[in-house]
Design a protein around this ligand. Sequence first.
Ligand SMILES: *Cc1c(COP(=O)(O)O)cnc(C)c1O
Length: 381
Amino acid sequence: MIPYGKHSVDEADIQAVVDVLQNQFLTQGQQVPAFEQRLCDYTGAKAAVACNSGTSGLHLACLAAGVTAGDLVWTVPNSFAASANAARYCGADVDFVDIDPQTRNLCVAALEEKLQQAQRRGRLPKALVVVHFAGSSCDMKAIAQLTAPYHILLIEDAAHALGGKDSEGNRVGACRYSAMTVTSFHPVKSITTAEGGVVLTNNPIYETSLRLHASHGITKDPAKLPTGHANEPWFYAQQTLGFNYRLSDLHAALGLAQIKRIDTFIAKRLDKAKRYDEALSALPLKRPLLDENSAWHLYMIEVAPQQRTHIFNTLRAKGIGVNVHYIPIHLHPYYRELGFAPGDFPHSEQYYKGAITLPLYPDLSVENQEQVIATIREVVG
Ligand SMILES: *Cc1c(COP(=O)(O)O)cnc(C)c1O
C-alpha cells in the first residue's frame, strides 16, 4: 500500500537521536532550547515553546490566551478535532465558521457575517483558532482586520503549514497577524519529532505563560519566588495548575536534524502537487488550488459525493492508501451532544462528502506517484 503520508528519516536523524542517548540528559538538557532557537530562526518568531504534541500546544495557547469556562472560541469544522478540543479543555464553548469551498479554509465573508451577528447578540469569541488547511495559509491579514476591532485573539493552527508562507510572503509561524502559532511534529507533518509540537509567539507575556503551563505551573525564576528563600537552591513554587507537556531531548534532537531539510521537503511536496495538478486536470474531479506558498501537507481531490465511497474503496483495493480529511468536527457525536447538527456548516459538509486525500510526502517516488495517477485515471476517468 502506498500511504497517504510518511516521514522521511535519514542516517543523520538516527545519529542525532543516538548521540542524545549517549549523553547525560534524555530530557531537560540542551537539545530542547537549541531546537526552540532553530524554530525561531526559521520562522522569524521571537519565542518558541516546544511541547510534546500539537494538541498540547493548542491547549497551552488557549491557556496563555486566558481562555476559561464561560468563554467562547471559534474555529472551522474542516479540521482535526484537536483544533476545537483545546478550547473545550479550558471549559470554553466552541462554535465554528464555515469554509470557502475554493480554498477549503476559513471563509472571510462568513466570518464577517458571524461577527456582526455575534455582536448583535452580545456574545463575541475570546479567540479564533484559524487552520491553514492542507498547508495553504488562510488570508491572515483580512482575518486580522475583521477580528481586531473586537479584540479577538488569533491563534494559528499551523499543524499542516510549517515551511509555508502566506500570500504576502510572511513565513507561517512568524505570527505577523496572530498572538500565537501552533504546529505539530507528528510523522505525517512537515518535519517530525515522532510526537511533538511548538507554540510560537512574539509576546513575552504569552511565552512566560506557555512555559509555566507546560511544566506543572512550576517556576524556579528567583524573581517570581516568594521572598526568604535566597539561600535555598532547591526551592521552587507552583504558581498555577499546569501540565507535563514538555518535549524530551531525544525528540528535540530528531527535530533539530529534521529542520535542516525542511525546505527540501516542502520543495519536493510542491513538485508532486504540481505533477498531480497537471496529470489530473482532464478528469471529472476537483483539484485543490495550486498555492505555490503552501507547505503541501496534503493533496485532496473532490469527486461526486455519490461516487466517493466506491472510488475510495476501489483505490484502497488497488494498493493506493487514500484517506479522508476531514469529517467535519461538529458532526462527531461529542459535538452533536453539544447541540450541533448536520446542515449547520454546509460548505464543510459538502466538501467532506466528496473529499479523497491522495498520497503526498517528500519520498513518494516518481513510479509510485505515476501508479497513483494511472489508478485514478482508471477508476475516475
Ligand atoms: C496533527 C494536527 C493537530 C494535532 O497535532 P498532534 O501533534 O497530533 O497532537 C492539530 N491540528 C491539526 C489541523 C492537525 O492536523
